[in-house]
Design a protein. Structure first.
Length: 452
């Protein structure tokens, strides 16, 4: 059933929030806890449908899981303790679930099947099939798309794999497969190209993870390797708030003059907080708290830093004097991939215009996000040029309320909820229920800090 959400303009955003656990970290914490040899407790686990899909799939693989709200207890079965599922594992809409579990299942001694909803079955999987087959697994697919039939092998073969596309999901898939290898598994990517949650968590669990910077063809790349172990113990901890979810609230507060918002205990992983640097370069008043005098963080779990974000609204945004801060492209894009739709909304209010390029990967997300953003911006009266790899907004535009389409995509729904707050007149978003994929509390939390 398709639901529509009506959103009235807001006067300002004011208050204090604590957000659900980071989706990316929650996936990894659950998977590694399942492969550990002990019982662990994870607090502030993500409430997203994506992370529920990971827990359901692990349960089908014989992992005992208890959930009480945002607290999850997982009884680890060890690296070779998973059992063959009696039915296909339904990953729902979650590419993270499918790609990371594929890495785990490639190293098992049984056959398994991974499938998902229509959107997930249209997302490219050759990017993981190739390295996993190099490691010795046999994978059948629908011309490179799910469902995936995985015939595992134990042990897998150690490989050194050079990434063809910047993707933390692909990198994590290979590193997780490497846990069932005798020796070292290596992934090579452009330096700082993707988020490093998997490497951090593996290190925190005692794995020997090495990251070396080398130069190839005058370009700095990183060689990331993990050495397998016979068994390991996990540890309990708290998942920080999701900075990709925080981005929607930060943007809303930034765009409404007089706003002041504090978001507590957000994950500030260096490979994820590029969004804050970009926002500052566009004139957003955003700062961090919970930093010690020596620059370290007051709290870290799973080797992930936590901090508080404070944002103040202002009248109009202007790019920094470098003349390029309103053009997002190149190595920035993989570090901002989840935030690009809301950055495009914020870009409609940047003096001098705004552009996103080198972001073709947006076309194979839960929707074609470039097309979805362009269509909705045009519905709100924005002049916008669509490129194969992005979009260009030539000038600041006053938005008007409109009928908008989320295209079944949670990040499009949330981005245009922000747009609706600064529009003239009410807006209606069709398919707003898609926010449950990553952030089911989104609309309730947004309403709690809106002043009209």
């Amino acid at each position: 059933m398709i639901h529509a959400m009506r959103i009235e303009p807001a006067r300002k955003i004011s208050g204090e929030l604590r957000l659900p656990g980071d989706k990316s970290i929650s996936h990894r914490a659950a998977i590694l806890a399942a492969l550990a040899s002990n019982r662990t407790q994870i607090a502030n686990f993500s409430t997203s449908e994506d992370c529920r899909a990971t827990l359901r799939s692990l349960a089908q693989l014989g992992v005992e899981i208890e959930r009480d709200g945002t607290s999850v207890a997982i009884e680890g079965v060890g690296l070779d303790g998973l059992r063959q599922p009696s039915a296909p594992l339904d990953c729902g809409n979650s590419g993270s679930t499918m790609r990371m579990l594929a890495g785990v299942l490639a190293g098992q001694d049984f056959v398994s099947m991974l499938t998902g909803d229509e959107s997930l079955r249209s997302r490219p999987m050759k990017r993981i099939i190739e390295p996993l087959e190099m490691m010795g697994a046999r994978i059948s697919s629908e011309s490179g798309y799910a469902p995936l039939r995985i015939e595992g092998r134990r042990p897998l073969k150690a490989i050194s794999y050079e990434m063809k596309i910047a993707s933390a999901q692909v990198k994590s898939c290979i590193l997780l497969a490497g846990l069932n290898v005798r020796g070292r598994t290596e992934v090579i990517e452009r330096k700082g190209a993707t988020r490093d949650h998997t490497e951090r968590m593996l290190r925190s669990l005692g794995f020997k993870v090495q990251t070396k910077t080398i130069e190839r063809n005058s370009v700095e790349v990183e060689a990331i390797s993990v050495e397998s172990r016979a068994q390991f113990s996990a540890h309990s901890g708290t998942i920080p708030g999701d900075i990709s979810s925080a981005a929607f609230f930060i943007a809303a507060a930034a765009l409404l003059p007089g706003s002041k918002l504090k978001i507590n205990q957000v994950g500030l992983n260096p490979t994820r907080k590029q969004i804050l640097t970009v926002l500052r370069s566009l004139g957003v008043d955003v700062r961090l708290e919970s930093v010690k005098p020596d620059g370290s963080w007051e709290r870290q779990d799973f080797d992930e830093p936590f901090g508080d974000i404070i944002v103040n609204g202002s009248i109009g945004l202007a790019p920094a004097v470098d003349g390029q801060s309103n053009v997002l492209r190149g190595d920035l894009i993989p570090q901002l991939i989840d935030e690009l739709p809301v950055l495009a909304v914020l870009g409609t209010q940047v003096l001098g215009g705004f552009s996103i390029r080198d972001a073709k990967e947006l076309r194979v997300k839960e929707s074609d996000r470039i097309r979805a953003v362009v269509e909705n911006l045009r519905a709100m009266g924005v002049e916008v040029e669509e490129h194969e790899d992005g979009l260009t907004i030539p000038r600041r535009t006053r938005l008007r309320g409109a009928k908008l389409d989320a295209h079944g995509d949670h990040r499009i729904a949330m981005a245009f909820a922000v747009a609706a707050l600064i529009a003239e007149g009410a807006s209606e978003i069709t398919g707003a229920e898609s926010v449950a994929v990553s952030f089911p509390e989104f609309f309730d939390l947004l309403e709690s800090v809106i002043e009209r």
